[in-house]
Ligand binder design. Structure first.
Ligand code: G1P
Length: 300
């Protein structure tokens, strides 16, 4: 029997400089995909996978994330009075159980590894999930749920993998795989942001992890790595000497919402799932693409 995964960590301290000026006064995790903030999609994914407690590693100017996961009494009252019961139902459905969220701050931007280390006291001595909110996954069965199935079988540490074109591998953590099993890959090695042409494969770490608590020991003594930041991948490389890592290639679509194009595409893809707006969105997109093709002499 493996230990259950009850807690998930969400590192949300990043400055969001790629989305300025939108993120000058608003956290990037609160930008909306259709009508739900980015962070809500990731929390939903964790909830669907059975996670019960949500730990946010925040930073300065991130207070509205905490507000988002709290009840807005006046708003609920107004919705009730106006008979907007469907909307009220959505707000109530999304509300985490009282006492099941925790917020701590990463006081200095010292990298993802350091952000995860900041959650140590809140996670305690148990395995946990880690979800990077930049990556939004779309699938009937969420990415973390897919990973949980493999975790039940294999235990240890599980990472989500995604194939990217070789020219993009230098932007990510990249894995070296061993045995290809029915549900997962054996992981032999990892490297954070390999130099172009030096990646061991085109399978990247795509922002979902199930980690054993021993990771904290290595994070605590981790010197800065790529980009002069304390890297989670470097600590995982060390933990790999003591414990197994398995990789799950996620079946579904991934949107890197840390990039403008990924964020826009997520909006289109999730918008197309909404029956009330999909036909209108589809018509307008066809027209926009047609105009673009005409202007640039592109044949359909
Ligand atoms: C982080 C991780 C990297 C991973 C990526 C996925 O990088 O360090 O291993 O591939 O997230 O988005 P960052 O996006 O913080 O540069």
């Amino acid at each position: 029997m493996v230990k259950p995964i009850r807690k998930a960590v969400f590192p949300v301290a990043g400055l969001g400089t790629r989305f300025l000026p939108a993120t000058k006064a608003m956290p990037k995790e609160m930008l909306t995909i259709v009508d739900r903030p980015v962070i809500q999609y990731v929390v939903d994914e964790a909830k669907a996978a059975g996670v019960e407690h949500f730990i946010f590693v925040t930073g300065r100017n991130k207070g509205v994330i905490e507000d988002h996961f709290d009840i807005q009494v006046e708003l609920e009252h107004t919705l009730e009075q106006r008979g907007k019961l469907d909307t009220l139902g959505i707000l109530r459905r999304d509300m985490p159980k009282a006492g099941h969220t925790s917020f701590t701050r990463q006081q200095q931007p010292m990298g993802l590894g350091h952000a995860v280390l900041c959650a140590q006291e809140l996670v305690g001595d148990e395995p946990f999930a880690l979800l990077l909110p930049d990556m939004i996954m779309k699938a009937p069965r969420g990415c973390l749920s897919q990973m949980m199935e493999v975790y039940q079988q294999r235990g240890g540490n599980i990472v989500a993998l995604e194939e990217v074109p070789e020219k993009d591998t230098h932007k990510y953590g990249v894995v070296q795989t061993g045995e290809v099993r029915e549900t997962d890959y054996e992981i032999l090695g990892m490297i954070e942001k390999p130099a172009q042409g030096h990646a061991p494969s085109n399978l990247i770490l795509s922002g979902r992890y199930i980690l054993q608590p021993e990771i904290f020991k290595y994070l605590a003594s981790q010197p800065p790595g790529a980009g002069n930041e304390i890297q989670l991948t470097d600590a995982m490389i060390q933990l790999k000497n003591d414990q197994d890592f398995s990789g799950v290639k996620f079946t579904g679509q991934t949107f890197d919402c840390g990039s403008k194009s990924g964020f826009l595409m997520a909006n289109v893809a999730f918008g197309m799932e909404r029956g009330d707006i999909a036909p209108n969105v589809a018509d307008t997109i066809r027209e926009i693409v047609q105009n673009y093709d005409d202007r640039n002499g592109i044949e359909a």
